[in-house]
Design a protein around this ligand. Structure first.
Ligand code: NAG
Ligand code: NAG
Ligand code: NAG
Ligand code: NAG
Ligand code: NAG
Ligand code: NAG
Length: 897
């Protein structure tokens, strides 16, 4: 916001708000010495933490958890170091107790209602105050409030949160559920995790996942005492609703009050940037604690819409709510609202069985480009706003516009969604259920209901969230029988499924939020699944809904094996993080691709060999006789494999957006699995724990580029598609350049006739017979040459749209790739460093690494086709040319054998 705009805003608020906020003068029958406002006292800070038998007794920070408290007191090492996840398993099997001694001012204690507000309790606990049980908890995804009036004493008050091990609790709940089993009982052994996580409302991945450790910790988010005599505002949610019949926007503010004494109140909503305000008279009674305020935006006031990244601005408007009751309680909230509509379009498509599946924001079709989000740390108290910003900015910098917050993790903190609003990242928000069947006992359903209500109210004001989704893969788990359930017993599980996700979760979401679509699962056939009773015969059907697709051993360079789905919401390949990231949690004995450490960190059955088998289809595997180089090269080759595989697959999805072939196509989303990591280990991520980009993330910048040339071969024909996410048409030519591996001078260059690439379309721009192209270029064979291509404005060949793409005409292991000797020099340029690379033959997958000097190269993992190329490096901490040169490793594909 500019200074000038701020001044205008302030003047507006000043002149309107404070002079008009009061509708009437307050009555005077309120005794003056009774406090009218809510007294809040934070109980965050230093608590005492004890284990079962008292052998541990230590200070512990709230917000915080047991593991971080123990580590902070140096009672344990970094839990992520080597095998510590197993060595520290005992921590999660203990029952820990957090306690706090605190005093409360007399005036606060005297107030009519005193409430303890727990922002989050992870997970199973009994809470006592001065020896009296005030409540129990069993769900980390909701907040809790307990009335404690009358229990507070003049001197020291003792608040004790006695946790029970989440692992013990889950086992007990499973045991108690004796009528029938709710699978899976335990994770696969390779995950080294705990059992029965589906019986506890806790991050499902905290009991281990195929990319992460088992750390089912115990802990507390914020704790606060709130005391008041009359009324307290518990929550407020602002949202915007498009009224299509009146063609106007409404701003809706929902308020939840905790009411001691019924009162009338006067409230004002102010949208200062739109110079709008409206007053409301409310009558607030204890039995009607929820109220809503509607402000209609007059049709002669124009609002700027919120758009996803790449499609326009992310405009948000300040919204103030001021209120005052007759009991002279005042309220003030300050939030942001944004105006955008979202629809999920599922309708018949000509020439195809099935239904379309695409998102339309503000009436515009949007291809969702991005990835899947998992928790950024096993210990959520260690996730800082900086961590989130770095990861989300990395997504935007790779031209992403969407992330799916996956259902096995957590509903993210507010900052996450605010950043997504600001950056234009559309969020596909799962509810936190994943890869399992779930029980439906009364108390389980009740706690889930409260969780869903709270989360929807907390999150619905965020324009970034475009869809709610009930669970991850649970429809598929039943439909394709992951858990060996006898056919005769299936109806019971389908019934539980419908009870939980449809009759409860969906019903609540529909009631609480009419502004975005709801899907019951992912993957799902969407409307077709609903027709089939919510569990479709084949939820992976490419003619409907979204698809998850993994195939680790089939050749990822062969696009024919990918499903031509309507929407690819998960697909991926594993890789290892870089040596500098791994060396923080390992020691020299571990630095071998088949060490016990390498085995231990791999949580996906056969994952380490799958990576090499896939890599070996196209690359010569590293074979250095230097053990450390061999290890580093092996990490490198897994990143090359992953980056190229996901590039191939994503380009296939993007070029399929406008076509129907054999009834399949019109793909409108590509979200690869997965963006980020929870620890330092092999996984499907494109960003390492700590924020370092893998090669995949660097390639994503190009393959998610708004305008892209995609080349592929079909029956010996090179086809080049243009893909555009723009809303304007481009008159383009395709420039095809053929190189020999041995030379940086092109063998030949062909320029196509001008061709119109329409906005929001993928289309074939040009095609060549490969044998003819090679013959006509002369001196070329599939083994000796490679092809590059790009899109340029036909009226101005210097104006290129999108990156220069390339296609290998044969596996690189069979190609004439020559040994290279890349020379590098580094120069400081202000806060950044310019690396200049020189070489005289073509080099592929050129990778610059400066070990633990955190920062980001502007480009990496690239094809080096010029004698000189400069790549800038942005360090995140002070460094020098000398340090950079000392730590620089340059690796290209030809350097590993
Ligand atoms: C107390 O519990 C800890 C952790 O489970 C255990 O290592 C220790 O042996 C126990 N001490 C006693 C005295 O029981
Ligand atoms: C933790 O508490 C539960 C429930 O009281 C009990 O069954 C379990 O044995 C306790 N665990 C330990 C390690 O004492
Ligand atoms: C919109 O119309 C109302 C009533 O007709 C008028 O008072 C107001 O000034 C108009 N606002 C703008 C921005 O034109
Ligand atoms: C490519 O060849 C296959 C097998 O001969 C054939 O089925 C297919 O139709 C061909 N594709 C095109 C686009 O010509
Ligand atoms: C595209 O550009 C070419 C060359 O500048 C021009 O001849 C042609 O008319 C343009 N085509 C369209 C449809 O604008
Ligand atoms: C590594 O493999 C390459 C290619 O097969 C071969 O030329 C080279 O001799 C091998 N090096 C070692 C040390 O085995």
């Amino acid at each position: 916001m500019t200074v000038q705009r701020k001044v205008v805003l302030f003047a507006f608020i000043h002149s309107f708000l404070f002079t008009v906020a009061l509708c009437r003068h307050s009555r005077t029958d309120i005794v003056d010495d009774q406090g009218t406002e809510v007294e809040t006292q934070s109980l965050n800070g230093k608590w005492i933490l004890r284990n079962n038998n008292g052998s541990f007794n230590l200070p512990a920070e709230v917000p915080g958890c047991v593991h971080t408290a123990l580590q902070k007191q140096n009672l344990i090492q970094d839990p992520y170091y080597r095998f510590n996840d197993l060595d520290y398993r005992w921590i999660s099997l203990e029952n820990w107790t957090y306690s706090l001694t605190f005093t409360v001012p007399h005036a606060t204690r005297r107030m009519k209602r005193v409430v303890l507000v727990f922002d989050g309790v992870d997970t199973v606990s009994t809470i006592t105050l001065n020896g009296v049980t005030i409540g129990t908890t069993n769900n980390m995804f909701r907040s809790y409030e307990f009335a404690v009036g009358g229990l507070l004493v003049a001197n020291d008050n003792i608040l004790v949160v006695s946790f029970m091990s989440a692992v013990t609790y889950a086992a007990q709940r499973d045991h108690a559920h004796s009528a029938y089993k709710v699978p899976p009982a335990c994770p696969p052994l390779v995950q080294k995790g705990e059992c029965h996580v589906n019986f506890i409302r806790k991050a499902q991945c905290s009991f281990s996942w195929d990319w992460g450790p088992s750390f089912p910790t115990q802990g507390l988010r914020g704790v606060e005492l709130q005391a008041f005599n009359f009324i307290r505002l518990q929550s407020s949610t602002a949202s915007t609703v498009w009224d299509s019949s009146l063609s106007c926007w409404n701003v809706e503010v929902e308020l939840s009050f905790d009411v001691v004494v019924a009162t009338d109140g006067c409230f004002t909503l102010v949208l200062p940037e739109l110079k709008l305000f409206q007053k409301f008279q409310l009558s607030i009674k204890p039995d009607q604690p929820r109220q809503s305020l509607h402000l209609q935006i007059p049709s002669n006031v124009s609002v700027d819409l919120w758009w996803p990244n790449g499609h326009g601005q992310q405009t948000q408007y300040l919204l103030f709510m001021e209120g005052r009751t007759e009991s002279r309680v005042t309220f003030h909230t300050e939030t942001k609202v944004a105006f955008r509509t979202v629809e999920l379009v599922q309708e018949p498509i000509p020439s195809s069985p099935g239904l379309s599946f695409y998102f339309q924001v503000n009436g515009r079709l949007i291809f969702l480009k991005g990835s899947n989000w998992i928790p950024a740390h096993a210990f959520q108290d260690l996730v800082t706003p900086d961590t989130l910003r770095n990861l989300l900015q990395s997504a935007v910098d790779a031209n992403m516009n969407a992330l799916r917050v996956w259902g096995g993790g957590v509903y993210e903190q507010d900052t996450f969604y605010s950043l997504c609003d600001e950056l234009g990242i559309m969020v596909w928000q799962d509810f936190m259920f994943a890869c399992a069947l779930y029980p439906t006992e009364q108390d389980f359903i009740e706690t889930v209901r409260e969780e869903v209500v709270q989360q929807v109210r907390r999150l619905k004001s965020h324009p970034s969230i475009i869809v709610w989704s009930g669970n991850n893969e649970n429809e598929a788990a039943i439909a394709t029988d992951w858990f060996g359930i006898p056919v005769a017993e299936r109806p019971r599980y389908v019934k539980d499924y419908v009870t939980l996700y449809v009759e409860n979760i969906r019903a609540i979401v529909k009631k609480e939020d009419s502004t975005r679509p709801f899907l019951v699962s992912s993957p799902t056939n969407g409307a077709e699944s609903e027709k089939e009773g919510f569990v479709a015969h084949n939820p992976y059907d490419p003619h409907y809904g979204d698809t998850h697709f993994y195939s680790y051993l089939s050749d990822c360079w062969d696009w024919r094996q990918f499903p031509r789905t309507r929407f690819a919401s998960e697909y991926g390949f594993q890789s290892w993080p870089s040596f500098s990231t791994l060396s923080k949690v390992s020691k020299p004995d571990d630095w071998d691709y088949s060490s016990s450490f390498s085995e231990h960190r791999q949580h996906h059955e056969l994952g380490n060999s799958q990576m090499l088998l896939q890599a070996a289809l196209h690359y010569i595997l590293p074979n250095s006789t230097d053990a450390l180089k061999l290890y580093r090269d092996s990490l490198y080759i897994t990143q090359v494999m992953q980056a190229q595989c996901i590039k191939m697959q994503t380009e296939f999805y993007r070029r399929s957006r406008s076509e129907i072939i054999n009834g399949e196509g019109n793909t409108m989303g590509a979200l690869y699995w997965q963006l980020n990591d929870i620890w330092q280990g092999p996984s499907w991520s494109s960003i390492e724990f700590g924020g370092k980009w893998k090669m995949l993330h660097h390639l994503a910048v190009d393959f998610f580029s708004p305008v892209l040339a995609v080349g592929f071969e079909e029956n010996e024909t090179l086809k080049i598609y243009g893909v555009s996410d723009l809303s304007t048409d481009l008159n383009l030519t395709v420039t095809v350049t053929v190189y020999q591996w041995s030379s940086l001078t092109p063998v030949c260059t062909l320029v196509s006739d001008p061709c119109m690439l329409k906005g929001g379309v993928a289309m074939l721009m040009i095609q060549y017979s490969v044998p003819a192209l090679l013959r006509d270029c002369g001196k070329c064979s599939r083994h000796s040459c490679l092809v590059t291509f790009d899109l340029r404005e036909s009226a101005n060949p210097n104006s290129q749209h999108g990156p220069t793409s390339h296609l290998f005409l044969t596996s690189l292991k069979d190609s004439g790739l020559l040994p290279v000797n890349i020379k590098a020099s580094v120069e400081r340029d202000g806060d950044v460093f310019a690396f200049t690379l020189q070489c005289d033959v073509v080099a592929v997958f050129v990778w610059l690494d400066v070990e633990d000097i955190a920062g980001r190269f502007e480009s990496n993992g690239f094809l080096l086709l010029s004698q000189k190329r400069t790549v800038r490096f942005h360090p995140w901490r002070p460094t020098t040319v000398e340090e950079l040169l000392k730590k620089l490793h340059i690796t290209s594909l030809r350097d590993v054998y």
